[in-house]
Design a protein around this ligand. Sequence first.
Ligand code: AGP
Length: 609
Amino acid sequence: MCGIAGYVGPKNAVDVVFDQLKRLEYRGYDSAGIAYLQDDKIAVTKRAGKLSELGKVLFESPKQAELAIAHSRWATHGGPTDENAHPHYDQYERVAIIHNGIIENYLELKEHLIAKGHKFKSQTDTEVAAHVIGEEYANGVSLEEAVRLSAKRLRGAFALVVMSNTEKDKIVCTRNASPLVLGMGVGENLLASDIPALLPYTREVVIVEEHVVAVLTREGISLIDAEGRSLPVKTTHIDWDIASAERGGFEHFMLKEVHEQPQVMRQVVAGRIDEKSKIRLEGIFGENVWNEIDRVNIIACGTAYHAGLMGKHFFESVLRLPTDVYYSSEFRYGDPVLSPKSLAIFVSQSGETADTLAALKLCKDRRIRTLGIVNVIGSSIARECDRTIFTQAGPEISVASTKAYTAQVMVFALLGLYIAQVQEVPGVKVEEWADELLQMDGFAEQCLKLEDEIVTLAGEIKDMPLCFFLGRGADAFVAAEGALKLKEIAYIPTQEYPAGEMKHGPLALITKDVVSIFGATDPRIREKVVSNMKEVQARSGKVIAIVTEDDTLTEQAADHVVRIPKTKFEFLNALLAIVPLQLLSYHIARLNGCEIDQPRNLAKSVTVE
Ligand code: AGP
């Protein structure tokens, strides 16, 4: 995800925004640029590569400006080149914008604008947004009105920051799902995609709510809603130090990223579910392709593989679409049997996992259609796949993947519903599913409220010698992800298993010190899972159950019951169960003094075999 910065005030704005970009470098990027007012023109300097490349050109001669915006970019639409770097002008060079996120309907808008004679210099969705704003601005409205009207025409997750060479005293910005925060200073005001870029200048932060338009001048900050009505400006005092600011005030990136999941769930669906609860996935295969596909092969590693298991569950249980899931390392050497009408889906947070990339190349050699579900925009897997759906989870810093997992599973649900819509699969209530997906952020918020209970539970079981993660159906797939989390950050031996299989061997490992965590979120099979719990309890094993709040069966068979919200669909219940499991692994690791964000022997992106 990109870094965004902006300043208006008495200091040298170019120096300030360049410094802000440096404080956002940890987010990763592949090009950077700055726009600032010079006489009556907007000067733009931008370069592919690191900030040092931009600095070499920018500071060849002294710059003086009282207003500037700046951007560090993850390549999205179009590679990391000077032309594709932000800021981008509108068609009249009266406006310059920077943007973070993805504008899903940019192709449709671009065709419309080209038909009206617009010319584009880059391949980016951002330049299209700039022309849309330029078009609205040419009608003689204020800059904030042009931005407000333009935002209504854009679909997707985005944060937009705009300046002009006519209203030279203001910066205008707005957001839909992508992060954007404002800093209120004395005689100066700032904006950024993340709080660390504000703290050296001010600790008074204004959180921009979705669809709100903010206007920053030297004198102050004003806010208007999507209908143009003024809103009160509320500031929050941030007392974090810089290091903890990068962690959002949390002790570790992992905990920050677990708590970001409601926001991520909003970002995943932003622009992808329309007002009629229809699924809108731009830029993937045409309907004819979806009607032809006879099988899906999902290929991934680690957590992404576990997300793929959930994808299989959705495709087969909801769509009746045959689906296989492969470990990338097995697939690439396994000489797989692939139907020419199959679709290969590659799931990867980093988009750089060597085994997954190699498996992708194998499929391309066999001329199999390839679709990526990837978080890091501009990554190798995203570029190599025929089409890619971005999870829009934002940078995931902790080695242990959490928010990327939930985002990947949500994308599988969106994709499955999109296919159901196109194929008109009988019995699939797409609108009902879509409405429930739009509620997932609230359900996840409720799961996060279990943290105090989870901390107590972690204290009780943190010294266990072995932990089973068990379940049936989708709960068994979430169990696999829960087991990996505890393994990789608390270094506790874990074993995930279908609950019904315990009696075929693993039950031999049960002793009074061994803990078994059961996912029992599907009321249809809960009785069977309760029987499995009793098998463990009968052998003195400790049982923890994760159930939906309506459950009345598990008290009798569990030493501790964790209750999560009940959604309309068992698939989503199971997904929510990962939140308490993530928290449990985190707090056990924390209480045991483990490293957490950089676990021993592991890397965030395994770019070697
Ligand atoms: C999960 O917590 C680990 N970080 C690891 O299993 C990871 O999911 C795996 O290496 C795949 O990475 P990717 O999603 O970037 O391809």
